[in-house]
Each structure stands twice: as structure tokens, then as C-alpha cells.
Design a protein around this ligand. Sequence first.
Ligand SMILES: Nc1ncnc2c1ncn2[C@@H]1O[C@H](COP(=O)(O)OP(=O)(O)OP(=O)(O)O)[C@@H](O)[C@H]1O
Length: 712
Amino acid sequence: MAVVIASCFPSQRFRNTSLLPCASHRRNLYFTSIPHRHARLLPQVYRPEGRKHCLRRGVSRAAYVSPPSAEPELTSGNGTGRSEESASLAPVSWGVIWPLLAQHKFRILVSLSSLLVCTSCTLAMPIFSGKFFEILIGRGTGTLWKLLSNIAILYILEPIFTVVFIVNMTIIWEKVMSTLRGQVFKRMLIQKVEFYDRYKVNELSSLLTSDLGSLKDVVSDNISRDRGLRALSEIVGTIFILFSLSTELAPVLGLLMVSVSVLVAVFKRSTVPIFKVHGKTLASISNCATETFSAIRTVRSFAGEKRQMLMFGNLLLDYEKSGINLGAVKSANESLTRVVVYFSLMALYCLGGSKVKAGELSVGTMTSFIGYTFTLTFAVQGAVNTLGDLRGTFAAVERINSVLSAVETDVPLAYSLRKELEAEQGDTKLQFIYNDEYLSKTEPRNFHYKSIPRSFTDGCSLAWSGDICLEDVYFSYPLRSDVEVLNGLNLTLKCGKITALVGPSGSGKSTIVQLLARFYEPTRGRLTVAGEDVRAFDKREWARAVSIVNQEPVLFSVSVGENIAYGLPDQDVSTEDIIKAAKAANAHDFIISLPQGYDTQVGERGSLLSGGQKQRVAIARALLKNAPILILDEATSALDAVSERLVQEALDHLTKGRTSLVIAHRLSTVQNAHQIAVCSDGRIAELGTHLELIAKNGRYASLVGTQRLAFE
Ligand SMILES: Nc1ncnc2c1ncn2[C@@H]1O[C@H](COP(=O)(O)OP(=O)(O)OP(=O)(O)O)[C@@H](O)[C@H]1O
């Protein structure tokens, strides 16, 4: 695979440079640097010190490019190339968990050995009890003190090995779960954007917390005495000892086992739907609470508290009902289990008692038998409870797998992420992030580009020097595939110039933005940069070539400085660079007046800042990113006059030298654009300058006339 580090020249010029890959086979590794003549193509706009435009650090910025002769094979349709195999690989399955467990072979060995020792101690106790009674009634061999000292050794060894067992099991499972959680999170991040249209944020976060939590608990809650593996080993050991003590009495307890097992099987089958309903209702409760609190201002403004309470109350009733159903099934099973145990004990007393009376069985053996009955009872009940927990866990795992079945994986994104992670083995403590065995397994086998996606440096330098074109683009949103939003749209965004996009609501303006950002791919037609299809470029790296500033910029709940530094998420950004970007975005003055300056926390989604302040932080972030393509989606429409002036100044700075697409409804913004495109019914109906379009007296003139493009 050809690897070129940080080349800033357009890919079509590979043939003309002395720094070309030196072999034609794409698996060879190539290193090169930026030819100066191409670096000069970059406009003289704001660049943080120390940052070499498109040049990114070391191997981490390695870019995968094809040999010059190969033409890119673009994936068809939405560009996924997903295979059946990938769909069948569930994110939480034995196939995924086994390799994670296998990394802890030594600990597993220690755990199983200590389990063997502590179970043997537990199982030896009833035998010693029997011997104790034999000695008391004068029939036993050996002294009482010798017996008691043996019992004391058992009492010391059992807790010690229990600790060793629990500690090791806990370490193994916590490590496995961290990796699994990291992998599921990663799996979510590589889904296509429509995945996030389909599922609520809260549903997704509960998969990571409560559903995966249930998988974690099934081990951590079941490593105590009488549960899980320990219960299972006690059951096996007890049955073995019982048969060696008395072949006549053992079948009585065997009957107990069979009965309980049948009950467990019935329980297992009957509770799956109840567990599912219970889990779903809990998720709805959590959704309702999240939605209410995140939209609290809307709730207040409509006096909607009562409605929200009623909605929440109804969900609580559903949860209560499913909880009671679950409890009823559990209690029926619990009492049936007890009935079987008591029935078996009675049988044991009758049969065993008569054998002792007839001298066919010693009192000690009978005493041991009674002891084992209780051991078995507790162990079987523990195993039943574990099975109950497993039911809940299976339901949770099924939920995770059904949501994360690979249907919506954004394969090109997954591909570029994997390559980047492979090249960048970072913090050893976070190896589960970098260890990408899982991603490579989930990557569909039939996914390939005839040539490997080109690098950011290619896409970036092309974007600095060439036009961006939407060529005969058709598009419908995956969740509404019957509605064609774009119908053969053609639009050229001239390099380094501002294109304003206007049009009636719902005409497809924001959809064009989503396609330019490659959140979605066109169903037909293509997007090109300097004549090259954008799908030829590495998707994550393409993201670095496009900056978007929205009407409602989303900030992270960290400090102002960290929010600005997010413009370069993989780099250590210096304070000077952050301040420089903030100054250029007209944000520095308000930031230093905040209580902790650049360290001030902005609150959830930036709620502790005003709209104009958030907007300027977002612009500073975009300035730091220094991407060649800029999209402003109604960036000033929600601001008052003063804020708008400050933001507009910052935007003027930001748009300088970049290929910009501006969606705006203020005439002042629109008429200063180099060209104006009028979008209507998913096409560009008119294109020209303000004066040209007014003279044409068409749709644009009518938009201005009807004040849908507002004068200030
Ligand atoms: N995620 C989505 N899934 C399905 N349909 C969508 C989605 N987003 C937008 N649409 C639909 O696509 C059409 C175009 O929407 P778009 O947001 O591009 O219009 P717009 O011109 O930007 O409108 P406005 O000026 O009101 O923001 C609309 O009919 C809208 O309902």
C-alpha cells in the first residue's frame, strides 16, 4: 500500500514530481514532503504558528494514496460496499469476547485453580461434619482435636482462595468490559449519519451504560459464593460426592436437580419477553427524562410541566406493571424451587432415616448427606439466579446487537479510521482504542477501492486551488427514500469565492451542506474537487478540508480554550494559537472578561454563553482548523444587531481566500457574495450576481420582493 506522508500537491500531478512513489505496487511505503510550488498555492490566510498548512505530524498523518496509474474505483450508491459477512458479525458475541478473554490466560488459570481449591474446601465441610458427629457418638476414628484442626485449616484456606478467585475474576472482566465498551463506542462512531437520525441519543447512550452494564454485572455480581461459576462447580462436586457416598440416596437428590433444572428452563423461556419489555420501558423512561431536561426552556415556555409529568407517569406505570410481572414470574419460580427442595429433603429424611435405623447407613454419612442437600440447594438456587441474570443480559446484548447490526456502518469512514489508528499506536493504557482487531474484523471483506482513498493533503490542496462542483446530484434521505430532495442539481462553488445559496424553506439548501460535508453520499451524480470525485479521498481526511459554522453551533462542555482547540482535535494546540484564533474571531475580549478566561467552562452544549459568543467561539475553532472549504449555514440569522456585526466581521475574516458556501436570509450577506444560487425543488433554478438576478426578475427578484430575503 502506497503511503505518502503529508504531501500537499494535487494528486493528478504525481506524474510530474520527483517525489513520486518509487514503485508501482500499492503495498509499498513511500515518504515525501511538500513541494514548495504547491505550498505557494495556499492562500495567505490565518494560520496558527508552527502549523504547516496541510502538513500534519509524522506517521500519524500518513496518507494512503494509490499508485499514479490506478484510477479510483468508487463505491456505488451510498458508497458502502457492505457485505453479508459484516452484517452477521454481532458487536457483542462470543466471537468478540473470546479473543479478549484469551489475553488473560494466566489470570484465568489462577482463577480456575483458586476456584477448585475453595470449592473443594466447601465440599469437604459436610464430610467433616459427619465425622464430627461420628466421634461425638463414639463411632468415629481419630481424635476430636485432630478433626477440629483439619476443619480450622479448611476455614482458613477457603476465604483466602475465595479472595484470589474474586480479585482475579474481577480484574479479567473489568479489562474485558473496558475493551468491549470502547469497541462498541467505536462501532457507534463509525455508523452512517442516518443511524443517528434513526435512534435517539439517549437510546444509544443507554446501550453503552445500562445494557453493557448488565453484561458487566452478570460476572461481577455472580462471583460471590453460591452464584455463577462457584455455584456450578459446587453442584457438580456435590453430585459426584453424593454418588460416591450412597448410590441409593444420591438419586433422590438427583431428582431434585432434574426438577429444578426443568423449572429453570421454563423460567428461561417465559421471562425473555418480560425482560425485554422491562428493559424497553426503562429506556423510554430515561428518554423522556433526557428530552424533558434538555428542552426545559421549551417546556417552561409552554407551561408543559403537567404534560411531561403525565407522560413520565404513564411510562412509570408501564415500568411498574412489567416489574410486577417480572417479580411474579420470579417468585413463582422461587417458591416452586423451594417446594422441590423440601420435597427432596422429606424423601431423604424418610429413606435415609430408615436406612440408619436398619444399620445400612452410618449417622455420619446421613449427616453429610443433609449438609450436601443444603449445599446443593443454595448452589442450585444461585445457579437459577445467575440464569435469571443471564436472561436479562441476553436481552440487553440482543438490544445492542440489533441496534448495532452492521447495516449502517460507514465503511469508508471505518476504513480510514482503522488505517489511522494502525499508524498511530498511542498511549499504552488506551491500547483497546488503538488495537483495532475488531474494526478489521467488521470491515466487510468485499470492501475495497481499486485504489486506496487519497489523502487529506491531496484533497486539501485540490480544494485550495480548484472549484467544488455538484454534478447532476440526486439525493433522498435514507429514512425517507421515496422523497427525492435533490433532483439533478448542478452547482459550482468557485475556488476562493463566496457562493450564497438562497431559496424557499425545504428546497434542499441544508441538504447540499450535508452532502458537501459527506455526512451522506448522493444517490446519483457526484461531487468533485478540481474535477476529481470526492469519494476518491479518505473520508476522515475530507472532513478536515471542510469547516461548517451553523446557526446553532454546538460546543462541548469543556473550557472555551478547549472548544477552540477542537478545531485541530488530534494536535497539541498552543495557547498562543488559540488566542490568535480567538482575536481573529472577535472573541478574545469577551473570553478574557469571563471568570476564568480561556479556562471558563461553557456548560452543556455551550449553554453558559450567549448565541453570539458561541458563534464567535465556533468561528475561532473554524479559523484554527484552517480548512479550504467553508460552509456557513444561517450563521448569523439568530443574532441581534450588535452580535451580528461582531460575528459578521469574524466571518469576513474566515471566508477570506476560502471556497465558501453561505446560506443566509439577510440580503446584505447575500448581495456581497461573488455569486448567488437560487435553490428550488432540489435544483439550482437561477445563478448569478445580485444585480444580474434582480435584472432577470425571476425567483431571486421575487424572494427579495416578498422580503423572504430580508433587508436590514
Ligand atoms: N434527516 C432527514 N431525513 C429525512 N428528511 C429530511 C432530513 N432532513 C431534511 N429532510 C427533508 O429534506 C427536505 C429538504 O430539507 P432541507 O433542510 O435541505 O431544506 P432547507 O432548504 O435547508 O430548508 P430551511 O431553509 O427551512 O432550512 C425537506 O423536505 C426536509 O423535510
